[in-house]
Design a protein around this ligand. Structure first.
Ligand code: AMP
Length: 188
């Protein structure tokens, strides 16, 4: 098995990706890096980056690639060499994936696994609808739209890693522990 390196966790909205990433990073020697969390932290602290990110986040748009990559580069510069990183919500575009490859290589690091939490479209829509309990933004129509947007934007990123033979799909159905066990079994 390949030596462990960096890990990317991908999955559609409602797949439990954030929960799984946090659990996975609770092991010693792992760090959870969520770009969404970093943007929100900057926003809370009132930094210029936070204000810029907010302009995009509030509209449901992506923050520009250069800004996002710079933030990840800065965060990565603080990570001890022995610590492995679990990326959550990054990379979301092909330019981000390419920039990540370069910045990791510069640090003597590399992605060794991309785990895709697979949940069928109908199951996700049912979960979101259940979670919403009548909330309009999780209506079946909006849930379907979110899933389709995710599919459209994520496919090219997935293909980037598929070409490198790094993608492992795991079944996202079952309890949190079931899914966590599958992720751990798929992690070098
Ligand atoms: P998340 O918590 O991952 O759902 O991210 C919340 C919001 O932060 C997203 O809707 C985007 O506006 C922004 N964001 C998070 N990660 C990225 C990224 N990798 N690229 C661009 N924007 C991002």
């Amino acid at each position: 098995m390949a030596a462990p390196g960096e890990l990317i966790l991908m999955g559609p909205p409602g797949s439990g990706k954030g929960t799984q990433a946090k659990l996975l990073a609770s092991r010693p020697g792992w760090l959870h890096l969520s770009t969404g969390d970093l943007f929100r932290e900057n926003l809370r602290n009132g930094t210029p980056l936070g204000r810029l990110a907010e302009q995009h986040m509030s509209k449901g748009e992506y923050v520009p690639d250069d800004v996002t990559v710079e933030m990840v580069r800065e965060r990565m510069s603080q990570v001890a060499p022995a610590v492995h990183v679990i990326f959550d919500g990054f990379p979301r575009t092909v330019p981000q994936a390419e920039a990540l490859d370069v910045l990791l290589a510069e640090a003597g690091r590399r992605v060794t696994r991309v785990i895709l939490i697979d949940v069928k479209r109908d199951e996700l829509i049912a979960r979101l609808a259940k979670r919403a309990e009548g909330r309009s933004d999780d209506s079946p129509e909006v849930a379907r739209k979110r899933f389709d947007v995710y599919q459209e934007q994520t496919r090219p990123v997935l293909e980037h890693y598929e070409r490198k033979g790094l993608v492992c799909r795991i079944e996202g159905i079952g309890t949190i522990d079931d899914v966590q066990d599958r992720i751990r079994a798929a992690t070098p």
